[in-house]
Design a protein around this ligand. Structure first.
Ligand SMILES: *Cc1c(COP(=O)(O)O)cnc(C)c1O
Length: 382
C-alpha cells in the first residue's frame, strides 16, 4: 500500500532515529541535572535548539519546546491573551485555520475574549483589505496559518505582520505544515510567534516548538500555561523530552540541508498525480493552483463519497477533508469557507506525497485511483 497522507504525519527519517537512539538508551540523563549525564543531555538539547534556530533563522533563546503544535498553539494564544489582558480583548483569526487554533479561540470566547473569524476567497487566500478592516483598538493578536493543512494554500504573512504591528498587535502563525517543506524565515515573515511540530517533517511524534520573538525592543510577552519547576525560562515547565528534542533538531537539520532538492522533487511528484486526477470530468482543484505547498493536492470529484472511498482502498492511503475531524462526518470547514458546496466538500480527497517516493510509484497509483473512481461511474457523469 502506498502512503499518500504526508500532511497528516510523516515517517521518522532513519537518520533522525539514529540521532535520537543514544538519548533513548545510554544517555538518559535529565537535562536539568548538574552531573555528567545531565550535562550530556543539556549539550544535546543546546545543539538541537541551534539546529532548529538555523532552520527558522531564529535565535536559540526564542524557542520553547512543547509536546507538538497543538500545545504550541495553546501556549501562544492563551499565553498572549493573558499577558496582554490589560491591553485588549480581541483576537483576529481565519475560518480555514486548523481545529487546534479554532478550538482554542472558541475556548477564549468563553472567558471574555472577542474573536473575529475572517472569510477567505474561493482560492483559500485572504484579502488584506478584509484583514485590515477587522482590527479594533482592542486587537492584541492576529493568528493566520502559513500553509493550510487541507489545501496547502499559503498566506502572505509579511504584509499581515505590517498590518498587525501598525495596530500594536502581534502576529502568530501556525506554520506546522510549512516548516520543512518551504523556506520559513521568522525575520523575513516578521512573525512574533510561530508553532511547529516535528512529526510533520520526518521527526518524532509528541514534540514541537513555539518560536516567540525575544529581540531587543521586541520582547513578546507570554504567560506560561504549564507551571512546575520553571524549565525553559519559565515558559514551559516539565522535564525536557531530550530524545524528542534531539529528533526535532535532526529533522530540522536535514530539512534545511535538503529543502531545495526535496521541494523540486515534491512538485514534480504532486503535479504528475494531479494532472492525471484532473482528467476526470467534473473534478475541481481546491485551493490556489500555485501559491500552495509543493507536496499537496486537494481535488473534489463529483458524486464521490470520499469517506467511504478512502476506507475501501487497498492500494493507497489518502485523506478526506481533515483527518482531525474525521470522527464526525461533517463537510470540511476549510472547503466550506472557500465556498464549496456540501457535495463538493464530501467528494474531496487530499493527497500528500513524499520526496522519498518515486515518479513510477506515483504514476502507478494515479492509474489505480483513476480506475477506482471510474468504476464509481464518475467519468460517465461529468
Ligand atoms: C498537524 C497540525 C497541527 C497539530 O499538530 P500536533 O503535532 O498534532 O499537535 C496543527 N496545525 C496544523 C496546520 C497541522 O497540520
Amino acid at each position: 500500500m502506498l502512503y499518500l497522507d504526508h500532511n497528516a504525519t510523516t515517517p521518522l527519517d532513519p537518520r533522525v532515529l539514529e540521532a535520537m537512539m543514544p538519548y533513548l538508551t545510554e544517555q538518559y540523563g535529565n537535562a536539568s541535572s548538574t552531573h555528567k549525564f545531565g550535562l550530556t543531555a543539556k549539550d544535546a538539547v543546546t545543539r538541537a535548539t541551534q539546529q532548529l534556530a538555523d532552520l527558522l533563522n531564529a535565535q536559540p533563546n526564542e524557542l520553547v519546546f512543547t509536546s507538538g503544535a497543538t500545545e504550541s498553539i495553546n501556549l501562544a494564544l492563551k499565553g498572549v491573551a493573558e499577558a496582554y489582558a490589560d491591553r485588549g480583548h480581541h483576537i483576529i483569526t481565519v475560518a480555514t485555520e486548523h481545529k487546534a487554533v479554532l478550538d482554542v479561540c472558541a475556548y477564549l470566547e468563553t472567558i471574555g475574549i472577542a474573536v473575529t473569524y475572517l472569510p477567505v476567497q474561493p482560492d483559500g487566500r485572504l484579502d488584506p483589505d478584509v484583514v485590515e478592516a477587522a482590527f479594533t483598538d482592542q486587537t492584541i493578536l492576529l493568528a493566520v496559518m502559513l500553509a493550510n493543512n487541507e489545501t496547502g494554500v499559503l498566506q502572505d504573512l509579511r504584509p499581515l505582520a505590517e498590518l498587525a504591528h501598525a495596530h500594536e498587535a502581534l502576529l502568530f502563525t501556525d506554520a506546522t505544515q510549512a516548516v520543512g517543506k518551504i523556506p520559513v524565515d521568522v525575520d523575513a515573515l516578521d512573525v512574533d510567534l510561530l508553532a511547529l511540530s516535528a512529526h510533520k517533517f520526518y521527526g518524532p511524534k509528541g514534540v514541537g516548538a513555539l518560536y516567540t520573538r525575544q529581540r531587543r525592543g521586541q520582547r513578546t510577552k507570554l504567560t506560561a500555561q504549564m507551571h512546575g519547576g520553571g524549565h525553559q525560562r519559565g515558559f514551559r515547565s516539565g522535564t525536557l523530552n531530550v530524545p524528542g528534542i534531539v529528533g526535532l533538531g535532526a529533522a530540522a537539520h536535514w530539512a534545511k540541508t535538503e529543502l531545495d532538492d526535496n521541494n523540486q522533487k515534491l512538485v514534480s511528484l504532486r503535479d504528475t498525480l494531479e494532472a492525471s486526477l484532473l482528467e476526470i470530468p467534473g473534478s475541481i482543484l481546491n485551493g490556489h493552483p500555485t501559491l500552495r505547498l509543493p507536496n499537496i493536492t486537494n481535488i473534489s470529484f463529483p458524486g464521490l463519497e470520499a469517506d467511504t472511498w478512502v476506507a475501501a482502498q487497498t492500494e493507497i492511503m489518502a485523506a478526506t477533508g481533515s483527518a482531525c475531524t474525521a470522527a464526525i462526518i461533517e463537510p470540511s470547514h476549510v472547503l466550506q469557507a472557500m465556498g464549496r458546496s456540501n457535495e463538493e466538500a464530501f467528494g474531496a480527497l487530499r493527497f500528500g506525497v513524499s520526496h522519498t517516493q518515486t515518479v513510477e510509484e506515483i504514476a502507478q497509483v494515479a492509474e489505480a485511483i483513476m480506475l477506482s473512481l471510474q468504476t464509481l461511474n464518475l467519468l460517465a457523469n461529468p
